[in-house]
Every structure is written in C-alpha cells, then in structure tokens.
Design a protein around this ligand. Structure first.
Ligand SMILES: [Zn+2]
Length: 65
C-alpha cells in the first residue's frame, strides 16, 4: 500500500493520495494533512512509520491505546 519512499503518501483514513507533508526537522517527523478528508497525523521520518494523529478530528479509525 504505502511504501513511504515517495512524496505520494496515501491517507490511512480515507485512502486518498492528496496528502500534504510538512517535514519538521527538529522532531524528525512529517506532519501530514489529508486534503480529501482533513485528517492530520504524524510520521516518523527515519522509519516512515505512523506516529499518531495530530488532532482528533477523524473518528473513523480506532484510537491506538
Ligand atoms: Zn484522507
């Protein structure tokens, strides 16, 4: 699904490819915003792994406990 090596990131919530990435060097994360559904989340730059949502706007996905 998502290889994390290109700038073409798929939204984990709605599956759209209209994702804005904002690299935050001090935190070594990408702050991602989906233009399609408005979800926001963070990704670890070094591993490309999902780091959780920046806000709780979307309730489509279960919360990671
Ligand atoms: Zn989305």
């Amino acid at each position: 699904m998502s290889d994390g090596t290109t700038g073409h990131l798929q939204c984990p919530f709605c599956g759209a490819y209209e994702v804005d990435r904002l690299f935050i060097g001090s935190l070594r994360i990408d702050a991602c915003t989906c233009q399609a559904c408005g979800s926001r989340w963070d990704e670890d730059v070094s591993t490309g792994r999902y780091r959780g949502r920046g806000c709780g706007e979307s309730v489509l996905a279960p919360r990671d406990v």
